[in-house]
Write a protein that binds this ligand. Sequence first.
Ligand SMILES: [Zn+2]
Length: 303
Amino acid sequence: MLDRPNIYAGVPLDRAALRRKDKDWLAEAWASPAARVIPVWRTRSFVGGPAESPCAVFTPASLGVEGDPIFLGLWSGAPLFALDLSTHETPEEHPALAGLGRFEDLRVAGPLMEAGEAGLCAYARGIVWWNARHRFCGVCGSPAESAEAGHVRVCTNPDCATHHFPRTDPAVIMLVHDGGGRMVLGRNSRFPPGMHSVLAGFVEPGESLEDAVAREVQEEVGLTVTDIRYHSSQPWPFPSSLMLGFSARAVDFDIRADQDELETARWFDRAFLRDHTPGDDFRLARRDSIARRMIDEWIAAGD
Ligand SMILES: [Zn+2]
């Protein structure tokens, strides 16, 4: 059991999913003075406060910001909605938002925010992005309109009428160890200088999670793994993933890094990982990531 949820997980919200089809209830909720809106603008989240400790800014729904509201749930009993403001050129100057905050990338602001607020912003970002990317039916190409408070999009062609549901893309992230004091870390050229992390990849159609772990490790570093064990999961709406953390034990040890995916990959000793000084030659993934959590727990397990 985890002593605390991963970042963006464990959001303190009653999703009240059974209300999504109740148009009268939703209209009343939207009109309620207690209703709040999480504005999202071109994937960015609305935050206030200083840059080093931002806080989410939820605006009253009654302020009259136009758009298709998406019902997120009940937050301390108050109806909470997400609203996509992407058609605005300068949303911070909208009369309903002026002076209240700024739009920031949640990947930067999220880890600095209170966990519950960060999770709510992540949920809002994910569901707004899905709606924005599914404006047309993938079956017949007709426009698809929002239904069930933004949780379904329905094809407007009556001969098709396909219902499209929000998608989440499963991605596996795995700590590969040797059963003793070494683990594999790799470096992608897109990482910040010196950063090393565990391996990761998307689950493909027709695969179990364990199949995906084994395949990705084989593809990325040429190792065969066994003893694949689930650790925990983390919503990762950048744009639409769910990270599923695993550990896996290698049964061979000769690393051949796939140069298309990794700049480098090799075995690291537990003692080095525990005692190193982070710098541009070597540092671990950010402390708020599921990757770092798995690495830190593995290091501690050997002490
Ligand atoms: Zn259609």
